[in-house]
Write a protein that binds this ligand. Structure first.
Ligand SMILES: NC(=O)c1ccc[n+]([C@@H]2O[C@H](COP(=O)([O-])OP(=O)(O)OC[C@H]3O[C@@H](n4cnc5c(N)ncnc54)[C@H](OP(=O)(O)O)[C@@H]3O)[C@@H](O)[C@H]2O)c1
Length: 264
Protein backbone atom coordinates (compact mmCIF):
# COMPACT_ATOMS: atom_id res chain seq x y z
CA UNK A 1 0.00 0.00 0.00
CA UNK A 2 1.37 3.41 -0.97
CA UNK A 3 1.00 5.50 2.20
CA UNK A 4 2.10 8.64 0.37
CA UNK A 5 -0.97 8.37 -1.91
CA UNK A 6 -3.44 7.49 0.83
CA UNK A 7 -6.07 9.27 2.87
CA UNK A 8 -5.86 7.82 6.39
CA UNK A 9 -8.69 8.15 8.88
CA UNK A 10 -7.36 7.52 12.40
CA UNK A 11 -9.81 7.21 15.30
CA UNK A 12 -8.71 8.03 18.83
CA UNK A 13 -6.13 10.41 17.35
CA UNK A 14 -6.30 13.05 20.12
CA UNK A 15 -3.62 11.34 22.26
CA UNK A 16 -1.89 8.05 23.03
CA UNK A 17 -1.20 5.56 20.28
CA UNK A 18 -3.62 7.11 17.79
CA UNK A 19 -1.89 10.50 17.80
CA UNK A 20 1.43 8.76 17.14
CA UNK A 21 0.06 6.63 14.31
CA UNK A 22 -1.51 9.72 12.73
CA UNK A 23 1.77 11.61 12.93
CA UNK A 24 3.69 8.65 11.51
CA UNK A 25 1.32 8.26 8.54
CA UNK A 26 1.47 12.01 7.87
CA UNK A 27 5.29 11.82 7.97
CA UNK A 28 5.03 9.15 5.26
CA UNK A 29 2.99 11.52 3.10
CA UNK A 30 -0.61 10.47 3.78
CA UNK A 31 -3.46 12.93 4.00
CA UNK A 32 -4.74 12.29 7.54
CA UNK A 33 -8.15 12.82 9.12
CA UNK A 34 -8.12 12.80 12.92
CA UNK A 35 -11.20 11.58 14.81
CA UNK A 36 -11.98 11.76 18.55
CA UNK A 37 -14.02 13.88 21.00
CA UNK A 38 -11.29 16.28 22.22
CA UNK A 39 -11.51 19.05 19.63
CA UNK A 40 -8.62 21.17 20.94
CA UNK A 41 -6.15 18.29 20.98
CA UNK A 42 -7.22 17.18 17.53
CA UNK A 43 -6.86 20.68 16.10
CA UNK A 44 -3.41 21.13 17.67
CA UNK A 45 -2.18 17.92 16.05
CA UNK A 46 -3.90 18.72 12.75
CA UNK A 47 -2.08 22.06 12.66
CA UNK A 48 1.25 20.25 13.12
CA UNK A 49 0.68 17.62 10.45
CA UNK A 50 -1.49 19.62 8.09
CA UNK A 51 -4.33 17.19 8.75
CA UNK A 52 -8.11 17.32 8.97
CA UNK A 53 -10.36 17.01 12.01
CA UNK A 54 -13.71 15.38 12.62
CA UNK A 55 -14.91 15.71 16.20
CA UNK A 56 -17.10 12.70 16.94
CA UNK A 57 -18.21 10.57 19.87
CA UNK A 58 -17.94 7.10 18.36
CA UNK A 59 -20.37 5.74 20.95
CA UNK A 60 -23.07 7.88 19.33
CA UNK A 61 -24.73 6.27 16.28
CA UNK A 62 -25.59 9.71 14.86
CA UNK A 63 -21.94 10.78 15.05
CA UNK A 64 -20.78 7.54 13.37
CA UNK A 65 -23.36 7.88 10.64
CA UNK A 66 -21.70 8.95 7.36
CA UNK A 67 -18.38 9.65 9.09
CA UNK A 68 -16.20 8.16 6.34
CA UNK A 69 -18.08 10.10 3.63
CA UNK A 70 -17.67 13.31 5.65
CA UNK A 71 -13.93 12.67 5.93
CA UNK A 72 -13.68 12.17 2.17
CA UNK A 73 -15.77 15.27 1.44
CA UNK A 74 -13.63 17.38 3.76
CA UNK A 75 -10.18 16.16 2.70
CA UNK A 76 -10.84 15.40 -0.97
CA UNK A 77 -9.72 11.81 -1.65
CA UNK A 78 -11.62 8.73 -0.43
CA UNK A 79 -10.45 7.11 2.80
CA UNK A 80 -8.04 4.34 1.81
CA UNK A 81 -6.48 3.63 5.23
CA UNK A 82 -8.81 3.17 8.19
CA UNK A 83 -7.12 2.89 11.58
CA UNK A 84 -9.70 1.76 14.15
CA UNK A 85 -7.68 2.76 17.19
CA UNK A 86 -10.13 4.52 19.54
CA UNK A 87 -10.79 2.40 22.60
CA UNK A 88 -11.83 2.58 26.25
CA UNK A 89 -11.00 0.14 29.05
CA UNK A 90 -13.18 0.93 32.12
CA UNK A 91 -11.04 -1.40 34.25
CA UNK A 92 -12.98 -2.57 37.31
CA UNK A 93 -15.42 -5.09 38.70
CA UNK A 94 -18.17 -5.82 36.15
CA UNK A 95 -21.10 -5.36 38.61
CA UNK A 96 -19.79 -1.87 39.40
CA UNK A 97 -20.26 -0.78 35.79
CA UNK A 98 -23.46 1.01 34.80
CA UNK A 99 -25.57 -0.19 31.87
CA UNK A 100 -24.44 2.95 30.04
CA UNK A 101 -20.75 2.07 30.69
CA UNK A 102 -21.27 -1.35 29.13
CA UNK A 103 -23.04 0.07 26.11
CA UNK A 104 -20.31 2.68 25.54
CA UNK A 105 -17.56 0.10 25.88
CA UNK A 106 -19.09 -2.14 23.24
CA UNK A 107 -20.05 0.79 20.99
CA UNK A 108 -16.58 2.35 20.92
CA UNK A 109 -14.51 -0.86 20.90
CA UNK A 110 -16.58 -3.06 18.60
CA UNK A 111 -19.53 -1.33 16.91
CA UNK A 112 -17.54 1.68 15.71
CA UNK A 113 -14.72 -0.34 14.06
CA UNK A 114 -17.24 -2.60 12.31
CA UNK A 115 -19.38 0.34 11.22
CA UNK A 116 -16.45 2.41 9.94
CA UNK A 117 -15.10 -0.59 8.01
CA UNK A 118 -18.57 -1.05 6.53
CA UNK A 119 -18.58 2.58 5.44
CA UNK A 120 -14.99 2.60 4.14
CA UNK A 121 -14.78 -0.61 2.08
CA UNK A 122 -16.74 0.57 -1.02
CA UNK A 123 -14.57 3.71 -1.32
CA UNK A 124 -11.40 1.67 -0.91
CA UNK A 125 -12.49 -0.67 -3.69
CA UNK A 126 -13.35 2.31 -5.87
CA UNK A 127 -9.88 3.71 -5.28
CA UNK A 128 -8.23 0.41 -6.23
CA UNK A 129 -7.34 -0.80 -2.73
CA UNK A 130 -7.03 -0.03 0.93
CA UNK A 131 -5.97 -1.01 4.38
CA UNK A 132 -7.95 -1.54 7.58
CA UNK A 133 -6.08 -1.60 10.90
CA UNK A 134 -7.92 -2.78 14.00
CA UNK A 135 -6.12 -2.01 17.25
CA UNK A 136 -7.01 -4.94 19.47
CA UNK A 137 -5.15 -6.22 22.54
CA UNK A 138 -3.58 -9.25 24.16
CA UNK A 139 -6.45 -8.80 26.65
CA UNK A 140 -8.52 -10.39 23.88
CA UNK A 141 -6.31 -13.47 24.11
CA UNK A 142 -5.53 -13.88 27.83
CA UNK A 143 -7.95 -13.04 30.65
CA UNK A 144 -7.11 -10.53 33.35
CA UNK A 145 -9.28 -9.63 36.38
CA UNK A 146 -10.92 -6.23 36.05
CA UNK A 147 -10.99 -6.41 32.26
CA UNK A 148 -13.83 -8.88 31.64
CA UNK A 149 -15.91 -6.60 29.44
CA UNK A 150 -12.90 -4.90 27.82
CA UNK A 151 -11.31 -8.27 27.03
CA UNK A 152 -14.55 -9.46 25.46
CA UNK A 153 -14.63 -6.42 23.17
CA UNK A 154 -11.02 -6.98 22.10
CA UNK A 155 -11.62 -10.68 21.43
CA UNK A 156 -14.57 -9.58 19.30
CA UNK A 157 -12.45 -7.04 17.43
CA UNK A 158 -9.72 -9.60 16.70
CA UNK A 159 -12.32 -12.04 15.42
CA UNK A 160 -14.00 -9.30 13.39
CA UNK A 161 -10.65 -8.67 11.71
CA UNK A 162 -10.28 -12.33 10.82
CA UNK A 163 -13.84 -12.45 9.50
CA UNK A 164 -13.33 -9.33 7.41
CA UNK A 165 -10.17 -10.86 5.97
CA UNK A 166 -12.22 -13.90 4.91
CA UNK A 167 -14.95 -11.70 3.40
CA UNK A 168 -12.40 -9.58 1.53
CA UNK A 169 -10.36 -12.51 0.19
CA UNK A 170 -8.98 -11.81 -3.30
CA UNK A 171 -9.87 -8.11 -3.01
CA UNK A 172 -7.12 -5.48 -2.69
CA UNK A 173 -7.88 -4.55 0.92
CA UNK A 174 -5.51 -5.69 3.67
CA UNK A 175 -6.70 -6.15 7.25
CA UNK A 176 -4.14 -5.74 10.03
CA UNK A 177 -4.82 -6.75 13.63
CA UNK A 178 -2.70 -5.12 16.33
CA UNK A 179 -2.33 -7.20 19.50
CA UNK A 180 -0.18 -5.87 22.31
CA UNK A 181 0.31 -5.84 26.05
CA UNK A 182 0.55 -2.50 27.88
CA UNK A 183 1.47 0.45 25.65
CA UNK A 184 3.37 3.30 27.32
CA UNK A 185 3.09 6.15 27.84
CA UNK A 186 -0.71 6.19 27.50
CA UNK A 187 -3.65 7.21 29.64
CA UNK A 188 -5.07 3.74 29.18
CA UNK A 189 -2.01 2.03 30.66
CA UNK A 190 -2.42 4.27 33.72
CA UNK A 191 -6.13 3.55 33.86
CA UNK A 192 -5.80 -0.25 33.84
CA UNK A 193 -2.96 -0.08 36.35
CA UNK A 194 -5.11 1.97 38.71
CA UNK A 195 -7.33 -1.06 39.42
CA UNK A 196 -5.31 -3.19 41.88
CA UNK A 197 -6.30 -6.69 40.64
CA UNK A 198 -5.43 -5.75 37.05
CA UNK A 199 -2.17 -4.15 38.16
CA UNK A 200 -1.27 -7.29 40.15
CA UNK A 201 -2.05 -9.46 37.11
CA UNK A 202 0.20 -7.45 34.82
CA UNK A 203 2.91 -7.54 37.48
CA UNK A 204 2.68 -11.36 37.49
CA UNK A 205 3.11 -11.33 33.69
CA UNK A 206 5.87 -8.70 33.66
CA UNK A 207 8.52 -11.05 32.20
CA UNK A 208 6.30 -12.28 29.35
CA UNK A 209 4.64 -8.90 28.78
CA UNK A 210 7.12 -6.05 29.10
CA UNK A 211 5.61 -2.69 28.17
CA UNK A 212 5.46 -1.70 24.49
CA UNK A 213 6.71 1.77 23.53
CA UNK A 214 3.95 3.74 21.76
CA UNK A 215 6.30 5.33 19.19
CA UNK A 216 7.85 1.95 18.29
CA UNK A 217 4.37 0.49 17.92
CA UNK A 218 3.25 3.37 15.68
CA UNK A 219 6.28 2.68 13.47
CA UNK A 220 5.42 -1.02 13.31
CA UNK A 221 1.81 -0.21 12.39
CA UNK A 222 2.89 2.10 9.54
CA UNK A 223 5.23 -0.62 8.24
CA UNK A 224 2.43 -3.20 8.47
CA UNK A 225 0.14 -0.93 6.44
CA UNK A 226 2.83 -0.41 3.81
CA UNK A 227 3.52 -4.15 3.63
CA UNK A 228 -0.09 -5.37 3.89
CA UNK A 229 0.76 -7.43 6.96
CA UNK A 230 -1.93 -9.31 8.83
CA UNK A 231 -0.65 -8.76 12.36
CA UNK A 232 1.39 -6.47 14.53
CA UNK A 233 2.16 -8.37 17.76
CA UNK A 234 4.08 -6.88 20.66
CA UNK A 235 5.92 -7.80 22.74
CA UNK A 236 7.47 -10.28 20.35
CA UNK A 237 8.05 -12.81 23.15
CA UNK A 238 4.28 -13.08 23.73
CA UNK A 239 3.44 -13.76 20.07
CA UNK A 240 2.91 -17.45 20.81
CA UNK A 241 -0.24 -16.61 22.82
CA UNK A 242 -1.84 -14.87 19.85
CA UNK A 243 -0.70 -17.53 17.42
CA UNK A 244 -2.33 -20.30 19.48
CA UNK A 245 -5.67 -18.48 19.47
CA UNK A 246 -5.27 -17.72 15.77
CA UNK A 247 -4.76 -21.36 14.85
CA UNK A 248 -8.44 -22.42 14.45
CA UNK A 249 -9.02 -19.36 12.27
CA UNK A 250 -6.10 -20.28 10.03
CA UNK A 251 -7.23 -23.91 9.83
CA UNK A 252 -10.74 -22.76 8.87
CA UNK A 253 -9.29 -20.44 6.25
CA UNK A 254 -7.19 -23.25 4.80
CA UNK A 255 -10.18 -25.66 4.73
CA UNK A 256 -12.33 -23.06 2.95
CA UNK A 257 -9.89 -22.45 0.12
CA UNK A 258 -11.91 -22.28 -3.12
CA UNK A 259 -15.25 -21.48 -1.44
CA UNK A 260 -16.47 -18.17 -2.93
CA UNK A 261 -16.13 -15.47 -0.25
CA UNK A 262 -18.93 -13.30 -1.66
CA UNK A 263 -21.89 -13.35 -4.00
CA UNK A 264 -21.08 -11.78 -7.34
N1 LIG B 1 -2.64 1.55 26.39
C1 LIG B 1 -2.52 0.25 26.46
O1 LIG B 1 -1.84 -0.29 27.35
C2 LIG B 1 -3.17 -0.61 25.42
C3 LIG B 1 -2.83 -1.98 25.35
C4 LIG B 1 -3.39 -2.77 24.35
C5 LIG B 1 -4.29 -2.21 23.45
N2 LIG B 1 -4.60 -0.88 23.57
C6 LIG B 1 -5.54 -0.32 22.60
O2 LIG B 1 -4.88 0.71 21.91
C7 LIG B 1 -5.84 1.69 21.47
C8 LIG B 1 -5.34 3.07 21.83
O3 LIG B 1 -5.26 3.15 23.21
P1 LIG B 1 -4.41 4.27 23.98
O4 LIG B 1 -3.57 3.56 24.93
O5 LIG B 1 -3.80 5.21 23.04
O6 LIG B 1 -5.61 4.95 24.80
P2 LIG B 1 -5.80 6.42 25.31
O7 LIG B 1 -4.51 7.10 25.52
O8 LIG B 1 -6.75 6.31 26.44
O9 LIG B 1 -6.52 7.12 24.05
C9 LIG B 1 -7.77 6.67 23.64
C10 LIG B 1 -8.20 7.41 22.40
O10 LIG B 1 -9.52 6.98 22.05
C11 LIG B 1 -10.35 8.11 21.95
N3 LIG B 1 -11.72 7.83 22.37
C12 LIG B 1 -12.13 7.28 23.53
N4 LIG B 1 -13.47 7.24 23.56
C13 LIG B 1 -13.91 7.77 22.40
C14 LIG B 1 -15.19 8.02 21.85
N5 LIG B 1 -16.33 7.73 22.53
N6 LIG B 1 -15.27 8.56 20.62
C15 LIG B 1 -14.16 8.90 19.93
N7 LIG B 1 -12.92 8.68 20.40
C16 LIG B 1 -12.80 8.13 21.62
C17 LIG B 1 -9.73 9.15 22.88
O11 LIG B 1 -10.06 10.47 22.46
P3 LIG B 1 -11.11 11.43 23.19
O12 LIG B 1 -11.07 11.14 24.64
O13 LIG B 1 -10.61 12.77 22.79
O14 LIG B 1 -12.43 11.11 22.57
C18 LIG B 1 -8.24 8.91 22.63
O15 LIG B 1 -7.82 9.59 21.51
C19 LIG B 1 -7.16 1.31 22.14
O16 LIG B 1 -7.99 0.64 21.21
C20 LIG B 1 -6.74 0.36 23.23
O17 LIG B 1 -7.76 -0.54 23.58
C21 LIG B 1 -4.07 -0.07 24.51
Amino acid sequence: MRIDQAHALVTGASRGLGARVARRLADEGAVVTLVARSADQLRALADEIDGHVLVADLADPAARDGLVARAAAQAGPPVTILVNNAGIDMAGHLPDMTPDDLQRLIAVNVTAPAELARQAIPGMLGAGGGSIVNVSSLAGVGVFPGLAAYSATKAALTHLSAGLRADLRELPIAVTTVETGLIVPTDMAESVNSYPPTRASFHRFRHLLPDTDADDLADAIAKAVAGGRRHVRRPVRAQGFSRLVEMPRRITEWMLAGVPPRVG
